[in-house]
Design a protein around this ligand. Structure first.
Ligand code: AMP
Length: 303
C-alpha cells in the first residue's frame, strides 16, 4: 500500500493510474477505522481497479475545538487495517496543505444543511462539503463511496456533485452494525461500558418506528412518538432530534411513505450518536423490546 501525504503527489499518482487505463475508487474517512469503513473499501474495490482511502480529520467540520481534539485517532492501527483490506493508496494530507494560508473559498450546501443535524451543528455541512469537494479534486476518482450511516451527508454530497458537475459517481453503502444493532462509529470508542450497553436503544427505537409503519401506521408524529418512547424509557439519553424526513429533501414529512427516513441524534454520556433507517428498506428489523434483532434476508442484499 502506497502512503501519500502531499497533494501534488496524489494528483500525479491519479494521473498515472488513469493513463494506465485504471479506474479509481475513493473512500474518504476521518480514520479510527472499523468494519463499516472497510465495507466501503470493499465496495470501492468491487467498483474500481484501484482503491484510494483518505484519512483526514477535517477541523472545519467540528463545532468546537474540544470535539475535534477528542476525536479518536490511531494511525498505526489504521495503516495495518487498510493494508490487510487491500487498499492500494492511503492518502493522508496535512491540514496546513489542505487549508493553505489565506484559504477563503467554501461550499455552501443550502437547504439540505438546514435539517436534522444542521441546527445543532452550524457550519458542519459546509465544512464537510468543502473538504469533500477538495478531496475529490485531489484524488480525481471515478467513484467515491460514502456510508448511509451519515444519511444527511450522503444526500448533501450527492447534491453537490450534481450541482457542481464534479463528474464522479457517488455510491452509498448500507450501515454496518454491531450484533446488538448499534451502528458502527469511531465515536463508539468514547462510550463507557454502561453507555455502550445502553446505546443499541437508538436502533431499537428506529426498529419500533419501522415495525409500526409496516403494520400500517403512516402518521409521522405517531411513528416518532413510538421511537422516542423506546429511548426515553432508558432515561440516560438526551435526544437532539428524532424525525421522519423525506429521504432526499431531508425536510420533515407528516405522512410516512417508502421514501421516508427516520433519523435520530442523541447524546449518551457526552457522546453524540446518530443513526437512521429507511422505511422502505431497513437492513435489520429490531423489535422494540430489543430481544430480537435479526437480519432480514430480503433486505440484506439490496444494492
Ligand atoms: P467517518 O470516518 O466517520 O468520517 O466516516 C467515513 C465514511 O464511513 C463515511 O462515508 C461514513 O458514512 C462511513 N461510515 C461510518 N460508519 C459507518 C457504518 N457503520 N457503516 C457504513 N458506513 C459507515
Amino acid at each position: 500500500m502506497k502512503i501519500v501525504t502531499r497533494i501534488a503527489k496524489m494528483h500525479e499518482l491519479s494521473r498515472q493510474l488513469r493513463t494506465g487505463g485504471l479506474t479509481i475508487g475513493f473512500v474518504p474517512t476521518m480514520g479510527y477505522l472499523h468494519d463499516g469503513h472497510l465495507e466501503l473499501v470493499r465496495r470501492a474495490r468491487s467498483e474500481c481497479d484501484t482503491v484510494v482511502v483518505s484519512i483526514f480529520v477535517n477541523p472545519t467540520q467540528f463545532n468546537n475545538r474540544e470535539d475535534f481534539e477528542k476525536y479518536p485517532r490511531d494511525e498505526a492501527a489504521d495503516k495495518a487495517v487498510l493494508e490487510h483490506a487491500g487498499a492500494d493508496v492511503l492518502f493522508m494530507p496535512e491540514a496546513s496543505e489542505v487549508y493553505a494560508p489565506g484559504a477563503a473559498t467554501t461550499v455552501h450546501v443550502g437547504a439540505l444543511g438546514d435539517h436534522l443535524c444542521g441546527p445543532t451543528r452550524p457550519g458542519h455541512f459546509d465544512g464537510v462539503a468543502t473538504v469533500v469537494a477538495a478531496l475529490l479534486n485531489m484524488v480525481t476518482p471515478d467513484v467515491a463511496v460514502f456510508g448511509e450511516k451519515d444519511w444527511q451527508q450522503l444526500q448533501i454530497v450527492r447534491r453537490m456533485v450534481r450541482d457542481l458537475h464534479l463528474g464522479v459517481r457517488i455510491v452509498g453503502v448500507p450501515t454496518l452494525r454491531d450484533a446488538d444493532g448499534l451502528a458502527m462509529s469511531s465515536r463508539n470508542a468514547r462510550l463507557g461500558e454502561k453507555e455502550r450497553a445502553l446505546a443499541p436503544a437508538l436502533y431499537r427505537a428506529l426498529g419500533a418506528a419501522v415495525a409500526a409503519y409496516r403494520d400500517g401506521e403512516k402518521r409521522s408524529t405517531e411513528l416518532c412518538n413510538l421511537a422516542r418512547a423506546v429511548i426515553e424509557e432508558i432515561g440516560e439519553f438526551r435526544i437532539d432530534y428524532l424525525e421522519l424526513v423525506d429521504g432526499e429533501a431531508l425536510a420533515p414529512v407528516e405522512t410516512a411513505n417508502d421514501g421516508s427516513v427516520v433519523a435520530v441524534a442523541a447524546f449518551l454520556g457526552g457522546v453524540r450518536l446518530i443513526d437512521n433507517v429507511s422505511l422502505a428498506r431497513p437492513q435489520m428489523l429490531a423489535d422494540a423490546s430489543g430481544a430480537d434483532i435479526r437480519m432480514r434476508s430480503e433486505d440484506a442484499h439490496y444494492a
